[in-house]
Design a protein around this ligand. Sequence first.
Ligand SMILES: Cc1cc2nc3c(=O)[nH]c(=O)nc-3n(C[C@H](O)[C@H](O)[C@H](O)COP(=O)(O)OP(=O)(O)OC[C@H]3O[C@@H](n4cnc5c(N)ncnc54)[C@H](O)[C@@H]3O)c2cc1C
Length: 367
Amino acid sequence: MHGLISVVGAGCSGLVAARRLGELGFEPVVYDQKSVLGVPVRASGILSLSGLKGLGIDYSGCVTNVLHGANIHSGGRTMRIISKDAIANVLDRKKLNDACREQAEEKGARVITGRRISGALLDDLAGKGVVIGADGAVSSVARHFGLGEIERLVLTYKAEFEVEAPDSRVVDLFFDNREYAGLFAWLCPNEKDLLEVGVGIRSGHESSKAAFDRFMKTDYVKGLVGRRRPVAEGASIIPMSLRSRIADDARKVVLVGDAAGQVKPTTGGGIIFGGNGALMAADTIGRHISAGAPLSDYERRFRKKYGLDLKLHSAINSIYSCLGPGAMGNIIVMLNALGIDRFLGAYGDMDSPSLVLKRFFLRSLAR
Ligand SMILES: Cc1cc2nc3c(=O)[nH]c(=O)nc-3n(C[C@H](O)[C@H](O)[C@H](O)COP(=O)(O)OP(=O)(O)OC[C@H]3O[C@@H](n4cnc5c(N)ncnc54)[C@H](O)[C@@H]3O)c2cc1C
């Protein structure tokens, strides 16, 4: 008898944690307030091939497009980073959530939908075993157990239009800290004839919809989308920094995914970091139950393994968030002149800036 393991939230992070716990021989119970999981879809699904490999999700039925690179625009300049090989998949987020659920259930997890968990119910579950908070950026679990705040948040708004993208192999990112301070605006070819248009802005200034409407009025977007109506649209939120604490031995609770702030602040991508956090949390819970290891091992190991990369992502975000488009445009000119666009096309890694820096210095030394 190893006590109950309750997972609050059946997004990707909660379901990846549940799948791993099932593989370890446990029978976690996953609760979600939604009666239909994964909808409405408010997020994009760009995931690096290398990152996806490590999560062990069978995503074969979810791929809608394959990306080879990105065009980075600012101050009227463009840096085109393109790889001859595919570097990322665009996944259908509803199908990805369904695949994660199916794989967790196959390994023995029980998923209960239409059930919101908060207040006394959380105390009850924590009294019976371990609770995993996988309930997103605005986490009731974190708030209830006093696990501190996520200091930086980005507000998003995105819509999909039935339009052919100019180049279906690349995503376009537009940096302008006067219009989209804190993140950027983007165009992503989700499918051959389905273009996603989105913006992310630092919270506390204006609504993400107002920034989105401005982006829609730019000549570039108007030229592509014209007067077409979106087939889907909506706002959401992205955590941009780790929560101050993500494990508590006294309360027997850990946080994973967006609830923990496991998101890379350069792009707002959270499935790879959140999924890796979920796998690590599940392994620690396994050792906690079988050998009495402290749950705080999870937080220590996560910060040790991913802390440097998250700090580098955060530093890059701070740089582009404080530079105006003129300065960003000049940086693009300089990077293009130095051949950094070609270097990133050949040796870039969407998830690990530390790996890119290592490759850069190793190549410089080898010359
Ligand atoms: C516009 C946008 C674009 C994005 N693009 C990408 C991208 O391209 N690539 C990428 O990797 N990431 C992207 N992300 C981030 C990614 O979507 C998140 O990091 C990821 O969804 C986090 O998964 P999660 O399981 O931690 O949380 P969530 O997906 O938020 O799931 C939390 C679940 O918990 C449930 N829940 C909440 N409270 C309770 C409660 N009290 N009781 C029961 N259930 C509860 C919710 O119903 C929900 O199902 C994007 C995000 C946005 C907003």
